[in-house]
Design a binder for this molecule. Sequence first.
Ligand code: GDP
Length: 358
Amino acid sequence: MKTVLIGVGQAGGKLADELVAFDYKRGYDSIQNAVAINTAKTDLQPLSIDTVLIGQDRVKGHGVGGDNELAAEIMDADIEEIQQKVGSRITTEAGSIILTTGLGGGTGSGGTPVLARRLREIYEIPVYVLAILPSTDESNLAQVNAGRSLKTITDTADATLVIDNDAWKATGESLTEGYERINQQFAKRIGLLLAAGEMTDGVAESVVDSSEVINTLRTGGMAAIGYNEVQAAETTEENINTVMTATRSALLSGLSITGETTAERALLVITGQPDRISRKGVEKSRRWLEDETESMQVRGGDFPTDSEQIGALVLLGGIQHSDRIEGFFERAKEAAAAPTETEDDDAKMFQNDELDGL
Ligand code: GDP
């Protein structure tokens, strides 16, 4: 699926940059165009994709700190200029627009909902958001900002694919190393999904096209992605279990959010050398995925690669229940109620299901 990427805020810019690098390295050419938007000049400088600095009249290139309301105001005030810069990159070839962002800060947290809303008003193609949840040890402000933003983004975007920073932390890693690894892991997952959705040359036994990705995400709400790969045996017969193992571990230990997760729809893409992929294994895996996620529909297909590994890419759309997301909103509610860091108004936001928009 040809996609235009827009990174908002520092994490958003870095993730977009990483995705472009992956797409280029593999020669998939799924990313049609990419741009990073920020209020902080220094966060844009290290990126290799095009950049747009916003809010110069308000914050003079120094960023908004953790003030996501200010970021929302800036995005709103500069929207015409952004629209012009971004719009020229969205050609008729594009099948989707993906905004990437970290929800716990200021610029991405506040700016993304405003931009997503505008893009949805203008374009027919789906607008998806790749949203990074702050880890549990980040500040109260990060939890509250992310809680508000996630509620608003989920109501606004066609689907919101959630990445949990907590799930991907490894012991002994510095924060920077950890972020870099997470960004690379997700660049690979999203890059593979977009490339798989573009396979039309019929090499694969069962092709995934972009409509399968779009249909899996069609119910809206939140989505998650998982991936894992396992060394393949020589023959297809021996690979029944290999395909099953890759699928199981993609869902149970490779998903972008941890804990039990059920969803309305799922997509299973098996990657690897076509003559090693076991059809029986694929069928078994699809049935297992259907049971495990309680999905009403599990789509599937192959993505041929020349790797010795068999990989399973799982996309869940319309998440119904997630231990981690429910825990996250609980924590955000508690953080909002904590008097020291947040204002009284924030506490009210989580008392019913309605959150103030940004
Ligand atoms: P902003 O520039 O104001 O939008 O804020 P940042 O993007 O710097 O940070 C927002 C949130 O994103 C933080 O609370 C972290 O949870 C997360 N974060 C920051 N940098 C990275 C990164 O490089 N990778 C990942 N996965 N998360 C990040």
